[in-house]
Design a protein around this ligand. Structure first.
Ligand code: HEC
Length: 132
């Protein structure tokens, strides 16, 4: 047990240091490229996504996806205005899903905190910000 306690940080920081000079290029997995949201959003699912949005996303993307959150101006990557229908037009649902799950650049991953259904509902929420 003691050995693990001592080794774990070394392994962790060791691999981080190795990863430092060559960050893996961002790539959407083949099964998600061009994929359409397979989950029909439900009122409950969207309400849950909205709650997650408030905790995890609004700080950078703004309360209504308009790209005006507390941290937005400290990002090096420009934050898009999701209420502009053109903003996400060129991106597939699968790509948005993957970015939310795995993170991208300065955006942290949602990772295993969210189940696939939660993530697809989040994709639907993000799409819903676009004004018709
Ligand atoms: C620390 C700030 C930060 C947080 C928190 C954050 N994002 Fe992002 N997000 C970004 C940045 C920066 C990008 C652009 C990434 C890039 O293209 O390099 C981005 C990109 C995206 C994209 C892809 C479309 C685009 O703008 O290129 C989606 C969708 C998205 N974020 C949704 C979310 C959701 C949903 C959450 C919460 C679960 C979230 N983000 C949390 C900073 C953040």
């Amino acid at each position: 047990m003691k050995v693990l306690v001592v080794l774990a940080p070394i392994l962790l920081f060791g691999s981080m240091a190795l990863g430092d000079d060559k960050p893996a290029p961002f790539q959407v997995p083949a099964d998600l490229v061009g994929k359409t949201n397979p989950v029909k959003p439900t009122p409950e699912g969207l309400a849950h996504a909205k709650k997650m949005w408030g905790y995890d996303c609004a700080i950078c993307h703004g309360p209504g996806g308009e790209g005006k959150g507390d941290l937005t101006s400290s990002m090096k990557t420009p934050i898009k205005n999701f209420t502009d229908p053109a903003a996400l037009q060129a991106m597939s649902d699968g790509e948005l899903y993957y970015i939310i799950k795995a993170g991208k650049g300065e955006m942290p991953p949602e990772g295993d905190r969210a189940k696939p259904d939660d993530l697809w509902n989040m994709v639907a929420l993000v799409r819903s910000y676009a004004k018709k």
